[in-house]
Design a protein around this ligand. Structure first.
Ligand SMILES: Nc1nc2c(ncn2[C@@H]2O[C@H](COP(=O)(O)OP(=O)(O)OP(=O)(O)O)[C@@H](O)[C@H]2O)c(=O)[nH]1
Ligand SMILES: [Mg+2]
Length: 409
């Protein structure tokens, strides 16, 4: 972290020396329980654990009688009043820190390059040390391949880069600069097809976005940032506090709702998440909202019972709108490294992921993993997060990312 440009961190964290990891408590009232976003999600009480058998997705909406009973039971449970955005003021608004959205902002590329500096420094530093005035020989290419694989780019991309160099430059003098250019070109080639914007279909009213991912991967923060972006485009956005396991998680989303003027549908902690999702979709439809974004509890992809619960949430949403969710976004923490590949695979199988958001690209040396994910799964990457502030989410562009990770200025 010490290799950051001070301006970047000063803007992000308000000081010269970044504290890692940056914590969200300034957004919370002092007397409220402080949410620990990276704490493991508690296992729900046995009566909240959904039925164990996995249901493949996508599929026709389920219509078994016991399921309908379940929904009716949920619908009968008390729900907090919804229409008035001020309903979620168990919080003292004076304790909510303003989001510095209107601060003068650096250009996006500068911020991206600052964010990816650790990834690019590691990568280009290693490349430079391999290629200090050397003729390109087999040993050098092997060394380079190792460096690229260690940077999480994936074996295929590492091999593609070394193959290009072998073909074009073998036995000739090659500089680190030359290699970086080949690296940037290859990374852009891989990322180009997946850099696709999140398209909100206006025919879907509401357009329902389900946010999923492992604990602490940035779901709730990304929802807040998205609500801000979409609201600024004139869309009427509603949020649903589908992480019903923790009171602090509900409160965290309510704060984002206050910041972004988006009403938040919530139920008391401990309520069934699929019942909440049912209420939220019904309410958003009734109010003619443009967009509903549903938060979910963090869950590790290898926790089968929690993945079952996620499938149940999706089935319940389909009860109200068989075409929903219209986007199922998986947030990936860039600092996770190789495990992100497993997350994409399992969440994709169980929940039908339609797009990715990679968060925390600021301050990680493992940004290269996005390249490996893109090559393996070809899923759209809609946004990347480079900080905790509301403005630190940007549409993903392949050329910028490639240039930044290759150490371009
Ligand atoms: N530096 C940085 N921090 C981020 C980014 N996105 C989220 N965070 C921080 O990461 C932490 C976890 O974010 P949350 O949004 O609470 O994550 P979550 O997936 O909702 O977590 P759970 O609900 O516990 O599963 C918070 O401190 C966020 O401020 C990002 O792009 N960069
Ligand atoms: Mg959360």
């Amino acid at each position: 972290m010490t290799d950051k440009k001070p301006g970047f961190f000063k803007r992000l964290f308000g000081g010269e020396t970044p504290v890692q990891p940056p914590a969200p408590p300034e957004t919370l009232p002092a007397e409220a329980p402080v949410p620990d976003p990276v704490a493991p999600t508690p296992v729900p009480p046995p009566d909240l654990v959904p039925e164990p058998e996995p249901v493949p997705l996508p599929g026709p909406p389920e219509t078994t009688p016991d399921y309908i009973e379940d929904i009716e039971e949920q619908a009968a449970a008390p729900t907090q009043p919804l229409a008035d955005p001020t309903i979620f003021v168990p919080l003292d608004p004076s304790t909510v820190v303003e989001v510095p959205a209107d601060q003068p902002r650096q250009g996006w590329f500068t911020r991206l390059a600052s964010g990816l500096k650790r990834s690019s420094d590691q990568l280009t530093g290693s490349i430079t040390s391999v290629f200090t005035k050397r003729k390109l020989d087999a040993a050098t290419l092997d060394e380079l391949e190792d460096v690229l694989i260690q940077a999480d780019l994936g074996i295929e991309t590492a091999m593609a880069i070394t193959e290009t160099l072998r073909r074009d430059r073998f036995d000739r003098d090659v500089t680190g600069e030359d290699v970086r250019a080949v690296l940037a070109a290859e990374v852009e080639k891989v990322l180009g097809p997946v850099a696709r914007p999140l398209v909100i279909d206006p025919a879907q009213k509401p357009f329902i976005i389900l946010m999923i991912g492992v604990n602490g991967s940035g779901k709730t923060t990304t929802i807040g940032k998205l609500a801000q972006k979409l609201g600024a485009e004139g869309k009427s956005v509603m949020l649903a506090a589908g992480d019903t396991f923790r009171a602090a998680a509900i409160e965290q989303l309510q704060i984002w709702g206050q910041r972004t003027n988006a009403p938040v549908i919530s139920r008391p902690a401990g309520a069934d998440a699929s019942g909440l999702a049912f209420d939220a979709v019904t309410q958003a439809k009734a109010e003619g909202r443009d967009i509903l974004i549903i938060d979910t509890a963090g869950r590790l992809q290898n926790r089968d019972e929690l993945m079952n619960e996620l499938e149940k949430i999706i089935r319940v949403i389909k009860k109200v709108d068989p075409s929903a969710p219209h986007a199922t976004l998986l947030t990936l923490d860039a600092t996770t490294g190789q495990n992100a590949l497993k997350q994409v695979e399992i969440f994709g199988q169980r929940a039908g992921v339609t797009g990715l958001v990679m968060t925390k690209l600021d301050g990680t040396a493992r940004g290269g993993i996005l390249v490996a994910i893109a090559r393996k799964f070809g899923l759209p990457v809609h946004f990347i997060g480079v900080g905790e502030s509301v403005g630190d989410l940007e549409p993903f562009t392949a050329a910028d990312f490639a240039r930044a990770i290759a150490g371009g200025e």
